[in-house]
Every structure is written in structure tokens, then in C-alpha cells.
Write a protein that binds this ligand. Structure first.
Ligand code: ZN
Length: 206
């Protein structure tokens, strides 16, 4: 029997039911028979290399975005320059512990963990390496996808700056550019980290 005839099963992301996988014509989708959720969509993608590339770049830009001030805020001669993590500390000191934790996770830990998980799985598939806990990391990457909120953070910052501009002078700093590039990288990482390709890659490894 040739490799192409072997029946593949993929599990539904919602109810874990096993769905029979098959080659999908362009523009069609595979839905779970039990709950109707989309399990796989036809994609023109052939490999996880773009996801790997964007995750690698994203991790570098995450370091730069967090290591450089985003903006300086000048009100009546009082100048302050801020890193992402400065905001988290200020919120914590003002007694907004849960909000600080949320900002830390959604603006910093979540995106970095998501891209690190994508990096691990995509690298293993591209290099054909059977690294430990690949399936668990792939699941983690999937569940963290919704928590990669850097693009939202970037838009919120722009809105905040428009408001702050009425109170004092706001100057963009280098970190803002890194946040912008990081947002683009995380959007592309999500776009190229195709579930069907991951399942296929992991199956070929194990
Ligand atoms: Zn289902």
C-alpha cells in the first residue's frame, strides 16, 4: 500500500472526535461530523518554513520591543520614558494586581510563549527532528494563539497616544518600531502556522 492510501485521522479541536482526513480541493473545508467545527481548511501552503521564519524573527523583535522605550511622555517639564514592562509595574504599584497580570500575559508572556511554541513545532517539522513533547507543544501553540495580542496592544498604544497628546508632548521612541514589526511578525506567524500542515508534519515524524 502506498503512503498516500493510508487513512489519516485528525482530532477535532473542539470535541476531540476523530475525523477522517483527506486531500481537500482548494476553497473547501473539513468539518467535524459530531459538532460541525472546522477541523481543517484547504490551503496552498506546502511547508511550515514561513511560520518558522516569522516565529524566529518575532522572537528577536520581542526582545528588541521589550528592551527599548516605546515612547517618552513630557508633561510640564516632567519627562518619562516607558518600556512595556514599566506599565505592568506601575499598574501593580497602584494596586491593580489582576490588571497588571493580564497586561503582562497578553502583552508580553503570551506572545513570546506562543511564538516559542510555534518555533519549536515548526523547526522540528522542517528539520525532521523528533523532539520531545511535540504534540503537547503544538496544542499549547494552538491554545495560545488567541493570547497573542501584540497587534491589539499596538493599536491601543496609538489610541492612548492620541489622548495623551492633549495633556503633554508624546514622542515615539525606537521601541515603537519594534512593536510594529513584532505585530506584523505575529500576524504572519498565525497565518502560516497551518493546523493541517502541523498534523501532517507530526504524523510523518512519529
Ligand atoms: Zn467536534
Amino acid at each position: 500500500m502506498s503512503q498516500a492510501c493510508v487513512t489519516r485521522w485528525i482530532s477535532c479541536p473542539e470535541c476531540e472526535a476523530s475525523c477522517r482526513d483527506h486531500a481537500l480541493p482548494p476553497g473547501t473545508e473539513l468539518h467535524c461530523q459530531r459538532c460541525g467545527v472546522r477541523v481543517k481548511k484547504a490551503s496552498g501552503l506546502r511547508s511550515l518554513q514561513p511560520a518558522w521564519a516569522f516565529a524566529t524573527a518575532g522572537l528577536f523583535f520581542a526582545v528588541l520591543a521589550n528592551g527599548n522605550p516605546i515612547l517618552t511622555f513630557d508633561v510640564a517639564g516632567n519627562t518619562q520614558s516607558n518600556l512595556i514592562v514599566t506599565g505592568v509595574f506601575s499598574l501593580f504599584q497602584q494596586g491593580y494586581g489582576p490588571v497588571a497580570a493580564l497586561v503582562f500575559f497578553a502583552g508580553l508572556a503570551g506572545p513570546v510563549l506562543h511564538m516559542a511554541a510555534v518555533w519549536y513545532v515548526a523547526a522540528a517539522c522542517c528539520l525532521a527532528q523528533r523532539w520531545p513533547a511535540l504534540r503537547r507543544v503544538a496544542k499549547l501553540a494552538e491554545s495560545l494563539e488567541a493570547w497573542n495580542l501584540v497587534p491589539v496592544y499596538a493599536v491601543a498604544t496609538v489610541v492612548a497616544v492620541v489622548k495623551l497628546d492633549m495633556l503633554g508632548t508624546v514622542d515615539w521612541q525606537q521601541g515603537a518600531w519594534w512593536v510594529l514589526v513584532l505585530s506584523l511578525c505575529s500576524l504572519f506567524t498565525v497565518q502560516f502556522f497551518d493546523r493541517g500542515l502541523v498534523e501532517q508534519g507530526l504524523e510523518e515524524l512519529t
